[in-house]
Design a protein. Structure first.
Length: 79
């Protein structure tokens, strides 16, 4: 696992010593390609995601067949 900004943020924000191996047991770095799905409507979500870089479009189709959508982006700003 690479030293991503998530680990850098945790080290900065959580006081005390952080063991990177502790977090590696719970988090897995994964890069999604453009057009890939994190989860599809109707499926059970078994994961949580942190957006390190880029923008994600999320949407669902409501009862009338209309798309309801929004965007999510990374808000991590490390100095």
């Amino acid at each position: 696992m690479t030293d991503t900004t998530l680990f850098s943020l945790l080290k900065k924000e959580i006081p005390g010593s952080l063991e990177k191996n502790f977090f590696e047991r719970f988090f897995q770095y994964k890069k999604l390609k453009k057009g890939a799905y994190f989860i599809k409507q109707g499926h059970l979500c078994k994961s949580v995601a942190f957006i390190e870089k880029g923008i994600v479009l999320y949407y669902k189709i409501d009862e009338t067949g209309e798309f309801v959508c929004d965007f999510a982006k990374s808000y991590l700003r490390l100095k």
